[in-house]
Design a protein around this ligand. Structure first.
Ligand code: PEP
Ligand code: MG
Length: 763
C-alpha cells in the first residue's frame, strides 16, 4: 500500500497546476482502490464553503460549481468533526444533503476524510461506491494517510501557484504573505537571495513563459555549457577510468543529444513553460520511469539523469558570462534565503547588503537564530512553505517580530513598512545616545550586563558600552568552521586574543558544546535524538584528548592574565563536574610545570557550570560545593523542561521561555543560589529580551549576559523601570496559566511605560 501511495503522490506533485494534479489524484485513487468515485473538495475560508475541485465519478460539470457550506451535508460534517466518516448508506444519514448537480444518486457507501495541515482543515477527500457497504479498515487507513500527504502538497502548491503566476513578462507580481517563526527581531526590506547550492530541479518552481524562442535559446545554451563541463570532466579524469564510469559519461552524452531529452524539453517550452520548468517536467517523468523499473541498474540511472539535469538547470540560470548569482556578487540590499542558514554562509555574505535572513528549517532558538540576533539582523525561521528558489530575486518584506514574510509587496504595504523602519531607526538612535549611562533602575538597583560572544566568525570583545565582561564565550564555532579539530596552538592564539582584548574584565569561556544542532563536519554523530544524546560535556568527557587540549589551550592563553573563567555545558549530574574538575586540575598542573619562570602568573581559573538540564535544579546545594559560579542556560532549560526540541519548527509554538513553569524554575534557581551563596548569571536568550530582563531582575538576578546587539536596549529598559514594578510584574506572571497570559502582562507593562516599541514593529 505504501508503494502505491508514494507513487500516486509522486505523480501528483509532478503536475505543476494544482487543479490538474487533483484531477489526476482523484482518478488514480478511484482506479487503484477500485471504487466508483473519488472527489476532492477544498475549503474557501473567506466564504465558509467547500468547493468541489476535482472528481472522477461525480458529474464533471459540478466541479467549481458545487459549494457546500462548512456546516452543511456530509462534507461539512467531515470538516466539522475533523475525522473520517465511513457510512454504508449516505442517503440515510441525517446530515445527507442532496446536491442535484453532482449526480450521486447511485452511490451509497461514503468515506470522507478531512485534509488537515497544522490544525487547519484545508479540504475533504471522499471515496464513494454503489454497493451498500462500509469501507474496510485498510481503505480508511489508505485515505487518511493520503490526506495527510495531500495536506502538505496543497499548502505548498497554494503558495507556489500564487508566486509562479507572477513571473511572466508584463504581469504584475501578486503579493503573497507567508508565516514562519520570529527568529530575530527587526524589520527588513530586500531582494531574496538564495545561494546556488539550493538550485536543483527538486526545488525549482515551475513557471509559464512569454517569449518561447528566448526560452529555447536559454535551454540550448544551458545544454552547450553542460556539454563543455562534461567534456572537461571526462578529459581531466585518468584514461584508465573504470567501464561503469565511462558508461555514465556515454549516457550523459546521449542525453545531451538534441534528439533525446532536447526534443521533449523544447516541446514543453512550446506549450508555454519556461526552460527550467520544461526540463523539470521531462526529467522528473524520466526519472520516475527509471525508478519504477525492476532492474536495479536502471533504477540507479535515474540518479544520473537528475544529476546531469541539475547541471543543465544551473547553466540555464547562469547569466550570459556563465556566472551564477552567488552571494559574494550581491550588490543590493538582500535577504538571504537558505534551507538551513549556517555560520559560514553568514560570514561569506557581504554584511553591508545583508538586511535579513529567512531559514526554511530551524526554529527560534536554533543556533542560526541566535547568531542572527547576535548580529542584529532580522530573521524568520522555519518558513517551511516556501523554497529558496521560489523567492530568489523577488522583493521581500520581513517582520522579525511576528515571523511574517511578504513576497512581492503591494506599494502601499511597502510604504507602511518603510515608515515603521524609520520609526525603529529613530528609537535606536535614542537608545544609542544613552548607551554609556549606568545600568541602574529608577529606584537604584544596579544590574551587571555581560556579552555572549563567539557565535559569529568575527572576534567579539567586551568593548561595548557598559559590558562588564564576557558572560558566555561559545567556543564551538572555530571548531565548526574548520575541517579538523583546531590544534592546541591554534586555540591558544584565538583565546589569547579574546582574553587580552579586555584584561580587566572577566571572560567566561565555555568548553566545547557540540552535538545537538551544532555538528562538526569532520566528526559526524548520527543519532535519533541529538539533543538528548552525545552533546556538550558528555562528548568531551568521553574524549579527554579533546577536552584536555582545549583546557590546556585556555590555560596557556591566560598566562600572565587573571580574567579567565571556565564553564561546563550540559551538566546533568555531580559526577560529571567531579570528572571535569579532575581533568582541569591535571591540565593546570601540566601547564604549571611547563611555565618554569616563577614570576609568570598562571592563575587557577574559577570554574562554573551551566544550569540547563532540569536534573541539576534538584542538586544545587551539592553542585554549589564543587564550583565557583552558576550560569543559567535558559535556552536549553526551556527545551528540556518543556520537552520541546528548540530546533523543530513543528513544535515551535510550544517552545517558550515565558512558560510559567520555566519562570518558576528560574525563580527557584536564583533563590537557591542566593541561599547557597554562589554567584549566578543568566546567559540564555531571555536575558537579552526586554520583558525577560525585567522579570529576571524582579526574581533577584543581578547579572545578565546577552548578545552585544541587545546590550544597549536592555540597558535602556532597565534604566526606565523600577525594581518594585519588576517585582509586581513578576508576581502576576508567576500565577499565570500560560505564556500568552505572561506576554499580556509584560506587553501591557511595557506599553504603559512607553517601551512598547522594543517588542513590536514601530516606535
Ligand atoms: C542556553 O542553552 O541557554 C545557552 C546559553 O547555550 P546554547 O544556546 O549555546 O545552547
Ligand atoms: Mg545550552
Amino acid at each position: 500500500m505504501l508503494t502505491t501511495l508514494k507513487r500516486i503522490v509522486q505523480e501528483m506533485i509532478q503536475i505543476p497546476e494544482l487543479d490538474q494534479a487533483l484531477f489526476r489524484l482523484a482518478s488514480r485513487v478511484k482506479q487503484t482502490m477500485r471504487v466508483d468515485s473519488c472527489s476532492i473538495y477544498l475549503a474557501d475560508e473567506e466564504h465558509h464553503v467547500f468547493i468541489l475541485k476535482a472528481t472522477d465519478g461525480l458529474h464533471p460539470d459540478a466541479v467549481e460549481f458545487v459549494r457546500i457550506g462548512f456546516a452543511e451535508g456530509l462534507i461539512g460534517l467531515v470538516g466539522q468533526r475533523e475525522e473520517p466518516l465511513n457510512i454504508e448508506n449516505a442517503h440515510n444519514h441525517p446530515r445527507f444533503k442532496h446536491y442535484p448537480e453532482v449526480k450521486e444518486e447511485n452511490y451509497n457507501a461514503f468515506l470522507g476524510t478531512p485534509i488537515i495541515h497544522q490544525r487547519r482543515v484545508l479540504g475533504v477527500i471522499t471515496m464513494q461506491q454503489q454497493a451498500m457497504r462500509r469501507f474496510s479498515e485498510n481503505e480508511e487507513a489508505f485515505l487518511v494517510t493520503l490526506a495527510a500527504q495531500l495536506a502538505l502538497e496543497i499548502t505548498n502548491a497554494d503558495i507556489r501557484g500564487a508566486l509562479s503566476h507572477s513571473s511572466g513578462v508584463g504581469v504584475l507580481p501578486r503579493q503573497k504573505n507567508v508565516r514562519g517563526i520570529a527568529g530575530s527581531q527587526g524589520l527588513a526590506v530586500g531582494i531574496g537571495c538564495s545561494n546556488d547550492s539550493s538550485i536543483s530541479l527538486r526545488n525549482y518552481v515551475v513557471k509559464r513563459c512569454v517569449d518561447k524562442d528566448h526560452e529555447i535559446h536559454r535551454y540550448r545554451r544551458g545544454v552547450e555549457l553542460t556539454r563543455k563541463h562534461v567534456d572537461d570532466l571526462s578529459s581531466r579524469l585518468d584514461s584508465a577510468i573504470p567501464d561503469d564510469v565511462k558508461s555514465i559519461f556515454q549516457l550523459y552524452h546521449q542525453l545531451l543529444d538534441a534528439n533525446s531529452l532536447g526534443r521533449e524539453v523544447e516541446a514543453k517550452i512550446r506549450e508555454g513553460w519556461d526552460a527550467g520548468s520544461s526540463l523539470k517536467m521531462v526529467v522528473e517523468d524520466y526519472a520516475t520511469r527509471f525508478q519504477n523499473m525492476d532492474d536495479p541498474y536502471m533504477q540507479e540511472r535515474a540518479i544520473d539523469i537528475v544529476d546531469l539535469s541539475n547541471r543543465i538547470l544551473l547553466n540555464i540560470l547562469s547569466d550570459d558570462d556563465g556566472k551564477m548569482p552567488a552571494a559574494r556578487d550581491v550588490t543590493q540590499p538582500s535577504i538571504l534565503v537558505a534551507e538551513e542558514v549556517s555560520a559560514s554562509m553568514l560570514a561569506e555574505f557581504p554584511r553591508a547588503y545583508l538586511m535579513g535572513i529567512i531559514s526554511i528549517r530551524g526554529s527560534n532558538n536554533s543556533h542560526a537564530a541566535i547568531l542572527a540576533r547576535a548580529m542584529g539582523i532580522p530573521a524568520v525561521m522555519g518558513c517551511q512553505n516556501i523554497s529558496p528558489a521560489l523567492i530568489n530575486g523577488k522583493e521581500l518584506l520581513l517582520d522579525g517580530y511576528s515571523g511574517e514574510v511578504i513576497i512581492s509587496p503591494e506599494s502601499s504595504i511597502r510604504a507602511e513598512f518603510i515608515q515603521l523602519i524609520e520609526e525603529e531607526e529613530t528609537l535606536a538612535e535614542r537608545i544609542d545616545a544613552e548607551a554609556s549611562l549606568a545600568c541602574e533602575t529608577q529606584d537604584g538597583c544596579s544590574i551587571s550586563l555581560f556579552v555572549n560572544a563567539g557565535l559569529s566568525a568575527d572576534i567579539e570583545t567586551t568593548q561595548y558600552a557598559n559590558a562588564q565582561g564576557i558572560g558566555l564565550y561559545r567556543t564551538e564555532i572555530p571548531f565548526m568552521l574548520r575541517e579538523r579539530f583546531p590544534s592546541e596552538q591554534e586555540q591558544v592564539e584565538l583565546y589569547r586574543q579574546i582574553l587580552m582584548a579586555s584584561p580587566e574584565q572577566s571572560i567566561t569561556m565555555r568548553t566545547l558544546d557540540v552535538g545537538g544542532d551544532k555538528p562538526l563536519p569532520y566528526f559526524p554523530i548520527n543519532e535519533e535524538n541529538p539533543f538528548l544524546g552525545w552533546r556538550g560535556i558528555r562528548l568531551t568527557l568521553d574524549h579527554p584528548d579533546i577536552f584536555l587540549v582545549q583546557i590546556r589551550a585556555m590555560l596557556r592563553a591566560s598566562i600572565g592574565l587573571t580574567n579567565l573563567k571556565i564553564m561546563l555545558p550540559m551538566i546533568s549530574s555531580v559526577g560529571e563536574v567531579e570528572d571535569a574538575a579532575r581533568l582541569i586540575e591535571q591540565a593546570y598542573l601540566e601547564i604549571s610545570d611547563e611555565v618554569s619562570d616563577s614570576d609568570v602568573i598562571l592563575q587557577k581559573p574559577k570554574l562554573g557550570i551551566m544550569l540547563e538540564v532540569p536534573s541539576v535544579l534538584y542538586q544545587l546545594p551539592q553542585l554549589a560545593k564543587l564550583v565557583d559560579f552558576f550560569s543559567v542556560g535558559s535556552n536549553d532549560l526551556t527545551q528540556y523542561l518543556l520537552a520541546v526540541d528548540r530546533n523543530n519548527a513543528r513544535v515551535a509554538s510550544l517552545y517558550n521561555s515565558y512558560h510559567p513553569a520555566v519562570l518558576s524554575a528560574l525563580y527557584d534557581i536564583v533563590r537557591q543560589s542566593n541561599a547557597n551563596k554562589i554567584p549566578v548569571t543568566v546567559c540564555g536568550e531571555i536575558a537579552g529580551e526586554p520583558g525577560g530582563a525585567i522579570l529576571l531582575m524582579g526574581m533577584g538576578y543581578r547579572k545578565l549576559s546577552m548578545n552585544a546587539h541587545n546590550l544597549r536596549k536592555i540597558n535602556w529598559v532597565i534604566r526606565n523601570v523600577s525594581l518594585d514594578e519588576a517585582k509586581a510584574l513578576l508576581a502576576k506572571t508567576l500565577t499565570a496559566s500560560s505564556h500568552e497570559e505572561v506576554f499580556n502582562h509584560i506587553n501591557h507593562y511595557l506599553e504603559h511605560r512607553g517601551l512598547g516599541g522594543l517588542v513590536r514593529a514601530g516606535s
